[in-house]
Design a protein around this ligand. Structure first.
Ligand SMILES: Nc1ncnc2c1ncn2[C@@H]1O[C@H](COP(=O)(O)OP(=O)(O)OP(=O)(O)O)[C@@H](O)[C@H]1O
Length: 308
């Protein structure tokens, strides 16, 4: 059984269709990154999974049932994009309140405050929390009741680099425990090591879904070879540019060549054989490169935004 099954979803707000023929699955114990421009339909997809919206067309199953089934709701955790709390309550009081609503054991409150690094501020009123602290409290709230399925909408917003790293480590630990996770984010660098698959939405349509390796294959984006300490680097630059391999100098004896269409090994052999480089680095297309590729292929996403 999949944790989430969305089949043939068309979603309309009034006369505007914001999701078109969306098929998306999340396997149990999988972390899926859901990426897309502003207004692509990410939050709408999350709301469908949460049962906050009914699909205009198509079917959504969550943990094998309808999303609004009370049994399913108890097993869901959700960190919304804009997390808000009662400002007068302390962090601990806030979590106790949500624990009661969710039927989660009260002992989890202090455990989770510890886990998200807020134990020291448990007694302080939420109105005195920084943005990042409120975000971490939101995360603790989402983790109450040890959810089987966790939906995180922009979880790293407001988090400093260390807290962002901690969040990704937590995602890794939750996955190891078997939690299924959908993570929406505009912050691509750093996330790729923590997801099993990426789904890229543009203009309400799924442009691509798969592991990074399969998206790289599908997109056919080139790798880049960087070499330093190359003898006669200018000669190499001329030679490769003339042969159609985009090459640029990076300082006195370093260069970068774009290895299109499976030329990587040939370029490496040439360089190692004759160029005597001190060091070589191969950069595979990043999630950001892939995102850019699929967005460009989808056309003018801003035009779609303006259509509303
Ligand atoms: N309640 C609503 N009524 C009408 N239109 C809506 C409503 N909620 C969202 N939309 C529209 O649906 C489209 C998708 O919005 P959604 O919030 O799902 O996008 P998103 O990918 O989460 O964007 P962002 O990254 O900016 O949060 C947008 O065009 C948005 O204007």
């Amino acid at each position: 059984m999949n944790a989430v099954d969305m089949r043939g979803i068309n979603q309309r707000y009034g006369s505007m269709t914001v999701l078109h023929d969306l098929d998306l699955t999340l396997e149990e114990g999988e972390v899926l990154g859901l990426f897309g421009h502003n207004g692509a339909g990410k939050t709408t997809s999350m709301k469908l999974i949460l049962g906050l919206l009914a699909p205009s067309e198509g079917e959504v199953r969550v943990l094998g049932r309808a999303p609004n089934d009370p049994d399913v709701r108890r097993q869901l955790g959700y960190l919304p994009e804009n997390v808000t709390f009662y400002p007068q309550l302390s962090g601990r009081e806030t979590l106790r309140h949500f624990a009661r609503l969710k039927g989660a054991p009260p002992k989890q409150v202090d455990e989770l405050l510890e886990q998200v690094g807020l134990a020291h501020a448990a007694e302080r009123r939420v109105k005195t929390y920084s943005k990042g602290m409120r975000q971490r409290l939101g995360l603790a709230q989402a983790l109450l009741g040890e959810p089987r399925l966790l939906l995180l909408d922009e979880p790293t917003v407001g988090l400093d680099p260390i807290a962002t790293g901690d969040l990704y480590e937590l995602v890794d630990r939750l996955r190891q425990r078997g939690t299924s996770i959908i993570l929406c984010s505009h912050v691509l660098p750093g996330v790729e090591a923590h997801i099993n698959r990426a789904a890229i939405l543009a203009r309400g349509r799924l442009q691509a879904v798969g592991s990074l390796a399969s998206l790289r294959r599908e997109a056919g984006l080139p790798a880049r070879i960087r070499a330093s300490g190359v003898s006669q680097s200018e000669r190499w630059q001329r030679r490769w540019s003339q042969a159609g391999h985009p090459t640029r100098l990076l300082g006195a004896s370093s260069l970068e060549v774009v290895a299109v269409d499976g030329c990587k090994l040939m370029l490496l052999r040439e360089l190692l054989g004759e160029g005597e480089p001190e060091d070589i680095e191969i950069q595979q297309p990043s999630l950001e490169d892939l995102y850019r590729f699929y967005m460009e292929r989808a056309g003018d996403v801003r035009a779609e935004e303006g259509r509303a």
